[in-house]
Design a protein around this ligand. Structure first.
Ligand SMILES: [Zn+2]
Length: 105
């Protein structure tokens, strides 16, 4: 597992502690559904009951093919996940053909 962590650090050197990628490295090649045009990032879990929610962010997925590339896009907009659910476990297709991150704690 440590080796996997090192590979992830090498793949995403600027990630720092904005969020934690809790994925096996081969999962980064998972294709995103062709029908999804935008990634939706919102503060929608129970952690935010007493905190100010940030505006929802939509990231255009034009030209992006894999989970790994979506993570690159999240890093490029300096996305921080501000709650205890910091562990990015994957992505899923949700309502209105949006792609949603799956967060764990
Ligand atoms: Zn949370």
């Amino acid at each position: 597992m440590e080796n996997e962590d090192k590979q992830l650090q090498k793949r995403y050197p600027s990630l720092d502690s904005k969020f934690i990628i809790d994925l096996w490295i081969d999962k980064l090649e998972t294709p995103i559904p062709a029908s999804c045009s935008k990634l939706k990032l919102e503060d929608d879990c129970y952690c935010y009951d007493d905190m100010k929610k940030r505006p929802t962010i939509y990231v255009n997925l034009n030209g992006l093919l894999t989970w790994g590339e979506v993570i690159d896009a999240m890093i490029s907009i300096n996305y921080h996940h501000n709650c205890t659910h910091k562990y990015l476990e994957g992505f899923r297709e949700g309502k209105h053909k949006r792609l949603y991150p799956i967060w764990g704690s």
